[in-house]
Design a protein. Structure first.
Length: 402
């Protein structure tokens, strides 16, 4: 039987189970101009070769454990660290360059990346630098097809343009370079898996930490306070979404507390028909994780790219349907990449949104699905059911014993 899922309403408003009314907000043109159109990755971890792979505004990656989904997310992390001038230290903290090369340095000499935006191309490679601490550097860096001098990232991780700064080619490259780096630095990779009692999301945080939602949502309370004060409509949308998943939830209690000269806040909240201020430890892991997800996806000024790994963890199936609608709404305003293993989450997306990751001959492969290939199957089964039945190949593979 085909699973019933929450569908887009054919009106100007999106309805979640008839309770949450979310305006169908149009994307900002300049933000959608910045989305990644394609990427090339060679020699990186389990990715031997991924060439000119097309990305859309919504990309849902599925695959078995160890297929390479997390390695793709790691690619985006490394690109961002390069934009932050922290590539070498990031690589050293995560095992050194040998752990980043496909099958190690004996097989792969360098990592090659290229990412394409609508108006710009940015490519580079990373090679090992013989030294006592086995450093590495960015080499053969190119912007919009015009090669510039290598950018050294070992040592103090500082960028250095070695050409004459008055050279027109350098000026043009620098402008494009700044545009690309600003875009990359806007990316946000969210991991809301750590929800134990010592996690930042459950504890007090200074109210000034509110410029952007942190990758682990440690500053969730200050960020919500900022939205409440400056973006009241979007704040209310977050509250409404949370009420659908936590029916007894009324609102957040964003009361600032003084600790000497410091002003701090935590994720306190009110239950319906009660003025007792409940604390973060009263929320289950799934509940607090959904609050973070709703905030990330409904924020009024989203990053140019939102990446979320396994957002369905700890969520009830009905909450997963609501989460999917939030993801689709976010993809109307920015670019979204999601990695998941949830058939329930898949049921909410179009076939063309889904990219299947597999391991073939020891290397990760990536294939975007085409609805016409599954048209007959979709008459009787949902997308999630097709994946579970291995019609859409991307689940665990078990060798048959003889």
């Amino acid at each position: 039987m085909k699973t019933n899922i929450v569908q887009w309403e054919k009106s100007d408003t999106l309805h979640f189970c008839g309770l949450l009314k979310l305006p169908m907000r149009q994307h900002k043109h300049d933000r959608m101009m910045n989305i990644l159109s394609n990427l090339t990755v060679r020699g990186f971890k389990s990715i031997r070769e991924l060439v000119d792979f097309e990305l859309t505004s919504l990309n849902v990656f599925i695959g078995a454990n160890g297929s390479g989904k997390s390695n793709l997310i790691s690619f985006f992390k490394l690109v961002q660290k390069i934009a932050e001038n922290k590539a070498n230290s990031y690589i050293q903290q995560h095992g050194g360059i040998n752990d980043f090369l496909f099958n190690g340095r004996k097989v792969t000499e360098r990592i090659i990346f290229r990412i394409g935006f609508q108006n710009h191309q940015y490519g580079f490679s990373i090679i090992e630098v013989p030294s006592p601490d086995i450093s590495c550097r960015v080499d053969e860096e190119e912007i919009a097809g015009d090669q510039i001098l290598p950018v050294i990232v070992y040592g103090n991780d500082q960028l250095n343009f070695a050409r004459n700064p008055e050279d027109q080619a350098v000026t043009l490259a620098k402008d494009a370079f700044d545009y690309i780096y600003k875009n990359i630095q806007s990316w946000q990779i969210y991991h809301f898996n750590d929800t134990n009692k010592t996690a930042g999301i459950r504890n007090l945080e200074i109210i000034q930490d509110d410029s952007r939602l942190c990758s682990d949502a440690a500053n969730l309370a200050p960020f919500l306070l900022k939205l409440k004060n400056e973006w009241s409509d979007e704040y209310q949308q977050i509250v409404n979404a949370v009420r659908l998943v936590i029916p007894y939830f009324s609102d957040f209690n964003l009361e600032v507390r003084k600790f000497g000269d410091a002003e701090k806040i935590n994720l306190s909240w009110f239950q319906k028909d009660s003025d007792y201020p409940f604390q973060p430890y009263h929320l289950s892991d799934g509940s607090i994780r959904f609050i973070a997800l709703a905030t990330a996806l409904l924020q009024p000024e989203p990053p140019s790219l939102i990446i979320i790994d396994e957002p369905e963890l700890g969520l009830h199936p009905e909450a997963i349907h609501i989460l999917a609608e939030l993801i689709k709404d976010a993809a109307r305003r920015t670019q979204v990449i999601v990695a998941t293993q949830s058939p329930t989450l898949l049921d909410n997306f179009a076939v063309e949104d889904i990219v299947v990751v597999n391991r073939e001959n020891g290397a990760s492969t990536f294939r975007r699905l085409n609805e016409k290939d599954f048209k007959v199957w979709l008459e009787d089964y949902s997308v999630g059911e097709l994946w579970t039945k291995n019609v859409i190949t991307g689940g665990p593979f078990f060798e048959q014993r003889h």
